[in-house]
Ligand binder design. Structure first.
Ligand SMILES: [Zn+2]
Length: 197
C-alpha cells in the first residue's frame, strides 16, 4: 500500500505521529532511545542510513553520519561549530545510505512522481547517488541552509542542485574559487547521465 492510497484513519495516525515525534524525540534520546522518521521505516533501519529525529553532525553513533566521507564530516563539524556561535544548528536529515536504502527511496519517488524520469529529478539510483558512498549530506533547517549558502564555500561545503537547497557535498576548491554552478536537478548532473536518466 502506498502513502497516497492509505485509508483515512492511517493517514490521520501518520499525521499525528509526525506532529508528536519532534516533541518526543529529545526525551527519547535522553533516555537512550532513537526515534526513526516515519518515512524511514519499512524494513530498513538506522544501519541502512535511516536518520533519527534531531541527529546532528556530531552523532557518531548514527551510521548515516559516522559513515560519511571523513573529509566531508570534518568540514561539516568545523562549519557546525562556527554556526553554533551564530546560534544556528545543523540537523542531518540524510547522509550515508546503503544501496538497498537508496533503492527504496528511488522506488518511493517513482511511486510519488509517477515515472522514472520524474523521480530522477529528486532521487538518484544506488549506482549514481553520492549518498551511497558517503559524499553527500542533506541538512536543515532553513536557517542552516541560509548560513551555509552565505559561508559554506569557505569550508568547501557547496550546494549542487538548484532544486535541493538541503543537499551539500564537499568541493574543497570552493574555498578559493567560490561555489560551482548549480545543476538544476540531479537529472541534469553529468555524473548521472551514463544511465540515461
Ligand atoms: Zn541529498
Amino acid at each position: 500500500m502506498t502513502r497516497t492510497d492509505a485509508p483515512p484513519r492511517t493517514r490521520l495516525r501518520r499525521r499525528a505521529a509526525a506532529a508528536i515525534l519532534p516533541v518526543l524525540s529529545p526525551l527519547a534520546k535522553a533516555l537512550g532511545y532513537r526515534l526513526l522518521r516515519i518515512r524511514d521505516r519499512g524494513g530498513l533501519g538506522i544501519e541502512d542510513g535511516a536518520i533519527p529525529y534531531g541527529t546532528s553532525v556530531f552523532d557518531d553513533d548514527v551510521p548515516g553520519v559516522a559513515n560519511l566521507d571523513p573529509a566531508l564530516l570534518d568540514a561539516l563539524r568545523r562549519a557546525a561549530a562556527d554556526a553554533a556561535a551564530d546560534r544556528v544548528a545543523f540537523t542531518v536529515n540524510s547522509g550515508w545510505r546503503t544501496p538497498d536504502y537508496q533503492r527504496r527511496l528511488r522506488r518511493e519517488a517513482v511511486a510519488r512522481y509517477g515515472s522514472e524520469e520524474a523521480a530522477a529529478r529528486w532521487v538518484s539510483t544506488p549506482e549514481t547517488s553520492p549518498h551511497v558512498n558517503g559524499a553527500a549530506v542533506d541538512l536543515g533547517p532553513a536557517a542552516a541552509q541560509a548560513w551555509l549558502d552565505a559561508r559554506g564555500a569557505a569550508y568547501g561545503l557547496c550546494r549542487i542542485y538548484g532544486n535541493e537547497p538541503w543537499h551539500y557535498e564537499l568541493r574543497p576548491e570552493a574555498a578559493v574559487t567560490g561555489p560551482p554552478p548549480l545543476h538544476p536537478t540531479p537529472a541534469d548532473d553529468p555524473r548521472h547521465r551514463p544511465l540515461g536518466t
